[in-house]
Structure formats: structure tokens, C-alpha cells
Design a protein around this ligand. Structure first.
Ligand code: C2E
Ligand code: MG
Ligand code: MG
Length: 887
């Protein structure tokens, strides 16, 4: 039962799958063909059966027709002879039985009888019996035997029934062996008196031998019956049959005995077999010729044919069934392979997939779907209603909404593509897409997009937030500012504060990036703490931050904010175990006072910040229009600077370096001077940074180097020349080459050239700078560390590179002689330098007192206005020749 349901289901599935395909037609066609073969075979077989029976009947009928004609003729002749004997006997006019007996029982009559019956083939010839049944004469023998037929039925019937003229009966013969068919006729007197009978007889064998000649074939019979049913003769013979009355009384048999001509089918009373029977009543005697053939024999050929036909039909149907089964199996196998592939594809999908039919019943569901919501596969399986799936989700906790409302909404939308993202109870984001399927159903995919959306959000966050401090970045700040600028029309002012952490680079380089990063995080936190809800703190990159302060244009308020920020930042902070106090330069631009255009406002905040930086750092500046003028001036300076070299506006002045012990000039520092056609002398303090920013310093620096070397080459051989080298020049790998070229060009001994570099050189591109320094050292050039003490952690550089000289910055010298002066620092530097065999030069020595102190401190050299400012080359030459003359 179960198997048949499964098979039916499988069959239905196959048919459904191939509904539009030829398989269904193939199967229907196959069945039709099988039915046609079966029906055709059955009809043919039936037709053949009828034909066989009809042909059997035909041959029986023609047999009985022939036999009847034969026996009719025979018995007619028979009757004529018998009648002629009777006519002879009756012609005597005898009325009395006794007379008849006496007169007829004579030899003469015997002779008459013998003559009449001479051609007869009877069993016993013609015999004459008297009215008492005693044989009185015979054609065969004289004198006659003592035989009586008084007990015979035919005698008594003829004797007692005047209407009965002739009787035919089979009796046990009294003239010989076997049975005899007796034909008895009445002999009557002139008035109908019964005088006796004349009999003649034939043996049943005689009939039977004739029957045998008709040859009706196997299992057939030919018989002669008396109309009363008595059997007279039959082939094949059956013991004891002759003389027996086989009349059964059945209507079919009655028809056989009573109708002139009949063909029927009945069970034989002799052997019980079903037989086809053809019978014919003889016209001259009440005898019936019956020919039969058993149905089995009649249908024997038909059976053989039927077997053949049925075999062919069965084989054809079998072949057809086999073909169909093979096709079906092939199809199901293909289907199962396809299904397997589909299952594999469905179950390896990263999305949950469901397919519903037009009745909202589930057709397909993959494992991912049930796994995704931890659903039971005994509930969510093909055939389940959509509403039940959602109800199950609701029951198991993966769906929290109203089941009916949700189902109605989905079903409303069937027929068009729907897509939405829902959040599950456990916080996952699932994108559900419904799209119309074939025949009114729909296909739903459930995609867990949590990761994708979260990562999109992360990327979006990264695009707008700084990874280190998690502050909004420049892009986000710009967007924010654009909105603020748009709101200016509504009378909502705001301010931009640019905050640049002072000396951050030094922290980063000297204490490491980790400490630097931590410092930036702490700065960010402190800045956050300084603002309120509507304000925005952003990191613009590196050590630059910005605050957009909303709703104010009050300078006092902004000043307070800037001071608060500076106070906060100056508080030492613990960064990875390092106590760091930092500071910042802040530039403030106020909208709309300083502009209602975003770019202008940003530029002005920047200018204000640079102003704060250039005015000593650790302070803030609110934009003032003159910053714009300064910026313009600087731009002009840039333009002029580009032209200055070509126009020959530069000069190199030389400032003597004096040995403190011997009080003699041992060297000079080359200091660049710009004789601007309109502005007059421009200080290198003003234009060197501009030349550095624009990159012009490389060209200018090279020019100074060549100029100074050439000049120095003309000085006495013991006088050194010191040339300042900008950190920007260090970035060019060709610096050593250029120095070598200048030396070669001028013919100056490398040992007389001293290059002054600042710590900044080492702060940037540490390794690279050390390589260049090493190359210079290999040239034989001396290296001096300029402006020592203004940098960050000067001492560490001394470990890394063995300078020839340290130039102590002017700021340590200028206060010498004042209370709490810097002399202990100078002392320390001198000691340290001496320990490393480095010379020391004190810069900016302006007073005799300073010189005295420095000499006592053990400083090797001094440079300053006390002795001489930087002077043109000619003047220096004069000075040197004076010194030489004095010596
Ligand atoms: P620096 O190398 O430290 O040069 C010494 C500066 O101190 C010079 O300023 C000099 O005129 C000044 N000075 C010397 N004695 C005294 C004194 O007793 N009192 C005071 N107040 N100042 C004194 P200057 O010439 O204005 O140069 C400033 C800076 O410009 C230099 O500082 C140097 O860093 C840079 N510089 C000058 N020429 C060149 C150059 O050819 N190439 C490069 N790269 N930088 C140069
Ligand atoms: Mg210098
Ligand atoms: Mg200096």
C-alpha cells in the first residue's frame, strides 16, 4: 500500500515534471497501443473462433445433407420393395389371419419373397410373420426357423394400432448375432384386418460403415436416430449404445429430432462433450441423420492460431511495456540526477530559498533556510502552507511580527518583485526577496546580509571617521560645514578652530609612534571634553584637529574656548608610561564675520593658526584681515624668490667665527642675503622658509655653497668656511655629489668646509640623513650641529652621529650674565661636547660679559655681533688681511 502510494507520488512527480514534455504523450500513446493490441487480438481471436465454428457447422451440414440424400434414396428404394411384397401378399384378398398363415407359409411364397429380396443386403432378408408374431416365411430359408416376434414392440404397435403402417426399431437380432434395425410393415386384409407383418433388417454396422466413408475428422460423430430418440447406428461406436434411446427432452435436442433441418450446439448425451450438431430428418422414414463434432476439435486450429496471436500480442505488449519502463526509468534516473544536482545546488547556497505554488504551499525549501532560523524540517517540508511556515517561525522565535498581517502583505505582493531587509530577534539582518514564480507561485530568498551591511557601515564609517581617534575626518567635517554655511542665512553663526599640536613630530620620532598615537588619542579626548552637543571635533590629519563651534560669533566666548583647550592640552598626560605635556597653536575663523564661503573660512582659520604658530606657538589667534595681506605678501615673496637667483639679487655675507682662547678668526659662516629691488634687504629668516616650502632652496643652497667655497678658496688656508644646509637639501640624494662638485670647482680643501645642519635633518628621514652625512664625512667635510638646544631631544642625536662641532643656540647665550641664566646648560653642553671631542661655538655673542663667561665655561668658539656681524665678502677679506697683518 505504502509502496504503491510512493510509486504513485513518484509517478505524479515525474509527470508533473514532464507535463509539457513528450513523456506524457509517450505513456498515453504506449497505453493506447497496448489496449489496441489487446482489443485487436481479442476481436481477431473471436472472429476466428466464429469462423472456425461456422466452418465446422458448414462441413457438418454438408455431411448430413449428403447422408440424408443417400439414405432417403436408399430407404425409398427399401420401402418400394417392401411395399411391393406387401402389395403381392395383399393382392390375394385374404381376410383371415389363419388363412393368411396357411397360405403364405408356403414354398411358393418363399420363392416370391426370395425373388423380390434377391438384391437385398439385409441382415436376414425379407421375413413374414403371422398375426401372432410367428415367422411363417422368409426369403432366406425354407422351411423357416421357429422364430416369434410377438414380444417385439414394433409388432405389437403394428398389430394394435391400425394407423401404424411401418415401424422401425433396433432389436437384438434373432436371425444372427448382433443387433438389427428392423423395418416392419403391416400386412392388412381388405377390410383392414391385421394379417401379419413383413420385416426386413439391416445391421447397424452397415450404416456405420457408410458413415465412416464421410470422413468428418477428429472427434466428430455421425449417427442415425429414430425420431423417437433410439440410436440406430453411430460412429464412433460406444459399447451398448445401439438401440438406446438418447432423447433427453431438452429443447435443443427436441429440435434435432423434430425439425427437418437443424444446426445447433449441445452437450452430447452419449459422451457428454459439448458438440456442434447438424441434423436432418429423412423424408421417407422417421429417421434423423445427426452429424456432430466436438467444440474442442472444431476449435483446435483456432486454438493454435489463438495461441500464436496471443503470444504475438503479449510479446508486443511486453515489448511496449519494457520500452515504456526503460524510458520511464531513464527519465526518472535523469530526474533523480537533476534533482540531486538541484539539491546540491540548493543546499550549498548561502541564501535560504523557498518556493511556493499558487496555493501558497511549499514546493522547495533548502537546508540553509531551516538552519538560518533553526526551524524543524518536520514542519517546514513540501506541501506545508506558507502561513504555517510563518506561524512555525513565530512559535520558534525567529519571527516576532503579526503572522496574519505579514502573510497578507506578502500574498498581496505576489506577482511582483519585493525586497526588504528585516532584523531578527537575535540581531541579524536578513534580506528577503520575493519574486514571481511560474503559475502564480513565488520564490523567496533569505540572505543573511548582517556582515555585508555591517562592513558597509564600517567602510562608510572609515570613510568619514579617523581610525585612530574615531573623530570625524576632513570629509565629514566639510559636509558638516557645508550644512552650517547653508544655515548662515537663517542667522546661525559658527566658528572654525584649527588646532595644530606643537612639536608633535618630535614626540613621535623621539618616543615612538605608539606614544605619538596615544598622545593624539588623548588630545582627541580632551578636545571632545571641551565642546558641547552641537559642536563637531574633527581630526584633519597628522597633528591637526579642528572644532566647529556652533551658534556663536562671540570672540570672548571663542577666546575662552581656545584658552580652555590650551589649558587642557598643557596638562601633562600619561602616554604609555611617558608623562607628556603638549601644546597647540590655534587659529579661529568666525562665520559670517570672516566669510560666508566655506573655502574662505577654512583658509582664514588656517592663516590664523599659522599666525599663532609663527608668533611663538602655544597660543591662539582669531583671524584678522591683515593675515590675508600677509598671505598675499608671502605669495608675492614666492613669486619674487623664483626670479631672484636669475636676477642676481642674492649675495653671500660672511660672519667670522672667533676662537675664544686665541681670540682669532678661525672661520666664517656664509649667510645668505637677498637684496630685493623694492623691499631692500630681506632677512633669510623671512625667505628661507619660503624657499624651503617651494623647493627653491635646493637651487639657492647650491649657489651659496659654490659661492662660499669659491670665496673661501681665496682666504688664508687656515680659515674654515661654514655653510648652512637646509633639511630640504638633505632629501636630495645628490647633496654629497653637489658638495664634491663645489669643492672641486673652487679648489677648496674639503677639511676647510663645514656644513651646518639642524636637528630637523635628523628628525625627518633618519636613516637616509645618516647615510648622506656619512657620505659627506667621507668627502672629508666637517659637520656642525646648528641651533643646538632649540630642538627636542638633542642629546640623542649626538649619540647617533659624531658631529665635529655643536653650535649652541643664541637663546642660551643672550641671557648669560642675568640671574638664573642658561650658563649651566651651556656648561653641560660644553662638557658633553668635550667628552666626545667636539668643538662648541656659541652663537649670538653680543657682549663682552657673555664672551668672558663663555671662555670660562670652556666654549671653543664664538660668533656674534660683539666681534662682527655678517659682512660682504670684500669686507671680510679686509678683516682677514688685517688679522694676518696683526699676526
Ligand atoms: P644661523 O645659521 O643660526 O645663523 C646665525 C644667525 O645669527 C644669522 O642670522 C646671524 O646674522 C645671526 N647673528 C649672528 N650674530 C648675532 C648676534 O650677536 N646677535 C643676533 N641677534 N644675531 C646674530 P641671519 O643671517 O639672519 O640668518 C638666519 C638664519 O637663516 C641662519 O641661522 C640660517 O639658519 C639661515 N640661513 C642664512 N643663510 C643661509 C643659507 O645660505 N642657507 C640656509 N640653508 N640657511 C641660511
Ligand atoms: Mg648657521
Ligand atoms: Mg644658528
Amino acid at each position: 500500500m505504502g509502496a504503491s502510494i510512493r510509486w504513485t507520488a513518484r509517478m505524479r512527480a515525474v509527470l508533473r515534471r514532464w507535463q509539457s514534455a513528450p513523456l506524457i504523450w509517450l505513456i498515453v500513446g504506449g497505453f493506447v497501443l497496448m489496449a489496441a493490441t489487446a482489443i485487436g487480438t481479442a476481436l481477431t481471436v473471436d472472429r476466428f473462433r466464429q469462423n472456425a465454428i461456422e466452418s465446422g457447422r458448414d462441413s457438418l451440414e454438408s455431411a448430413v445433407r449428403l447422408l440424408a440424400r443417400h439414405f432417403d434414396r436408399e430407404f425409398a428404394d427399401f420401402a418400394v420393395l417392401q411395399k411391393s411384397i406387401i402389395a403381392e401378399l395383399e393382392s390375394h384378398g385374404i381376410e383371415s389371419a389363419d388363412v393368411f398363415r396357411s397360405e403364405m407359409g408356403t414354398l411358393a411364397v418363399h420363392e416370391v419373397l426370395r425373388a423380390k429380396a434377391s438384391g437385398w443386403s439385409d441382415v436376414a432378408g425379407a421375413n413374414l410373420f403371422d398375426s401372432s408374431g410367428v415367422l411363417i416365411n422368409s426369403s432366406r430359408r425354407w422351411p423357416v426357423a421357429d422364430i416369434s416376434v410377438a414380444d417385439r414392440g414394433y409388432f405389437n404397435r403394428l398389430k394394435n394400432d391400425p394407423a401404424s403402417q411401418e415401424e422401425i426399431e433396433v432389436v437384438p437380432g434373432r436371425f444372427g448375432d448382433g443387433q438389427a434395425i428392423v423395418f416392419a410393415r403391416r400386412v392388412s386384409g381388405p377390410h383392414g384386418e391385421f394379417l401379419g407383418i413383413v420385416t426386413r433388417a439391416i445391421a447397424p454396422e452397415q450404416l456405420e460403415s457408410f458413415f465412416a466413408s464421410s470422413g468428418l475428422g477428429e472427434d466428430s460423430s455421425i449417427a442415425m436416430h429414430h425420431q423417437n430418440g433410439q440410436l440406430l447406428g453411430r460412429i464412433p461406436q460406444v459399447d451398448g449404445m445401439i438401440g438406446k434411446n438418447y432423447r433427453t427432452g431438452s429443447p435443443e435436442q427436441m429440435a434435432v429430432f423434430e425439425r427437418t433441418f437443424v444446426t445447433t450446439e449441445l452437450a452430447s448425451p452419449i459422451d457428454g462433450k459439448q458438440r456442434i450438431v447438424a441434423a436432418r430428418l429423412l423424408t421417407v422414414v422417421p429417421l434423423v441423420i445427426v452429424a456432430t463434432k466436438s467444440l474442442d476439435a472444431t476449435l483446435a486450429t483456432w486454438r493454435t492460431q489463438t495461441k500464436f496471436f496471443v503470444t504475438v500480442a503479449v510479446l508486443s505488449i511486453g515489448l511496449l511495456v519494457l520500452t515504456l519502463v526503460l524510458i520511464f526509468r531513464q527519465m526518472t534516473r535523469r530526474l533523480s540526477v537533476e534533482k540531486q544536482r538541484l539539491d546540491t545546488a540548493l543546499n550549498t547556497m548561502t541564501q535560504g530559498l523557498l518556493m511556493f505554488d499558487q496555493d501558497q504551499r511549499l514546493i522547495v525549501c533548502n537546508r540553509r533556510y531551516t538552519d538560518m532560523y533553526r526551524l524543524s524540517t518536520t514542519v517546514v517540508k513540501p506541501g506545508v502552507h506558507f502561513r504555517d511556515v510563518i506561524q512555525h517561525r513565530h512559535d520558534t522565535g525567529s519571527f516576532e511580527g503579526d503572522v496574519d498581517a505579514y502573510c497578507d502583505a506578502v500574498l498581496d505582493g505576489v506577482g511582483r518583485i519585493q525586497s526588504n531587509i528585516v532584523e531578527t530577534a537575535d540581531g541579524r539582518l536578513i534580506e528577503i526577496k520575493n519574486q514571481p514564480g511560474a503559475g502564480g507561485g513565488w520564490l523567496a530568498t533569505h540572505d543573511d546580509v548582517t556582515e555585508r551591511i555591517r562592513s558597509d557601515e564600517r567602510i562608510a564609517h572609515m570613510a568619514h571617521y579617523d581610525a585612530l581617534t574615531d573623530l570625524p575626518n576632513r570629509v565629514l567635517m566639510r559636509g558638516h560645514l557645508e550644512r552650517r554655511v547653508a544655515e548662515l542665512a537663517q542667522g546661525k553663526p559658527f566658528a572654525i578652530l584649527y588646532i595644530d599640536v606643537d612639536e608633535f613630530k618630535g614626540v613621535n620620532d623621539s618616543l615612538g609612534h605608539e606614544v605619538g598615537d596615544e598622545l593624539l588619542r588623548q588630545v582627541a579626548n580632551r578636545l571632545r571634553a571641551c565642546v558641547s552637543g552641537n559642536d563637531l571635533v574633527a581630526r584633519l590629519g597628522g597633528d591637526e584637529f579642528a572644532i566647529v563651534k556652533a551658534g556663536t560669533c562671540d570672540q570672548a566666548e571663542l577666546t575662552a574656548l581656545a584658552e580652555q583647550i590650551l589649558t587642557m592640552l598643557r596638562r601633562p598626560v600619561d602616554c604609555k608610561g611617558q608623562e607628556i605635556a603638549t601644546d597647540a597653536s590655534i587659529g579661529i575663523a568666525i562665520a559670517p564675520d570672516h566669510g560666508d564661503n566655506l573655502d574662505d573660512l577654512l583658509k582664514r582659520a588656517d592663516l590664523a593658526m599659522y599666525a599663532a604658530k609663527s608668533e611663538g606657538r602655544g597660543t591662539f589667534r582669531i583671524f584678522v584681515p591683515e593675515y590675508d595681506a600677509k598671505a598675499r605678501l608671502r605669495r608675492q615673496l614666492e613669486i619674487d624668490l623664483r626670479l631672484a637667483l636669475g636676477r642676481g639679487e642674492f649675495e653671500v655675507h660672511y660672519q667670522p667665527l672667533v676662537d675664544l682662547a686665541a681670540n682669532v678668526v678661525t672661520g666664517c659662516e656664509a649667510l645668505l642675503r637677498w637684496r630685493h629691488p623694492a623691499r631692500g634687504m630681506v632677512s633669510p629668516v623671512d625667505f628661507i622658509p619660503v624657499a624651503e616650502d617651494t623647493g627653491l632652496i635646493s637651487e639657492i643652497g647650491e649657489w651659496v655653497l659654490r659661492q662660499a667655497c669659491t670665496e673661501a678658496a681665496s682666504w688664508p688656508g687656515d680659515i674654515h668656511i661654514a655653510v648652512n644646509v637646509s633639511p630640504v637639501q638633505f632629501r636630495s640624494r645628490t647633496l654629497a655629489l653637489k658638495v664634491a662638485a663645489a669643492l672641486a670647482e673652487s679648489g677648496l680643501a674639503p677639511g676647510r668646509l663645514e656644513l651646518e645642519i639642524t636637528e630637523t635633518v635628523l628628525i625627518r628621514d633618519d636613516e637616509e640623513a645618516l647615510t648622506v652625512l656619512q657620505q659627506l664625512r667621507e668627502l672629508g667635510v666637517r659637520i656642525a650641529l646648528d641651533d643646538f638646544g632649540t630642538g627636542y631631544s638633542s642629546l640623542s642625536y649626538l649619540h647617533r652621529f659624531p658631529f665635529d662641532k655643536i653650535k649652541i643656540d643664541r637663546s642660551f647665550i643672550s641671557d648669560i650674565g642675568e640671574p638664573e641664566d642658561s650658563s649651566p646648560i651651556v656648561q653641560a653642553v660644553v662638557h658633553m661636547a668635550a667628552a666626545r671631542h667636539m668643538a662648541t661655538t656659541a652663537e649670538g655673542v653680543e657682549t663682552e660679559a657673555q664672551r668672558e663667561v663663555l671662555r670660562k665655561l670652556g666654549c671653543s668658539q664664538m660668533q656674534g655681533w660683539l666681534f662682527s656681524p655678517a659682512v660682504p665678502a670684500a669686507k671680510l677679506k679686509q678683516l682677514l688681511s688685517n688679522q694676518a697683518a696683526a699676526a
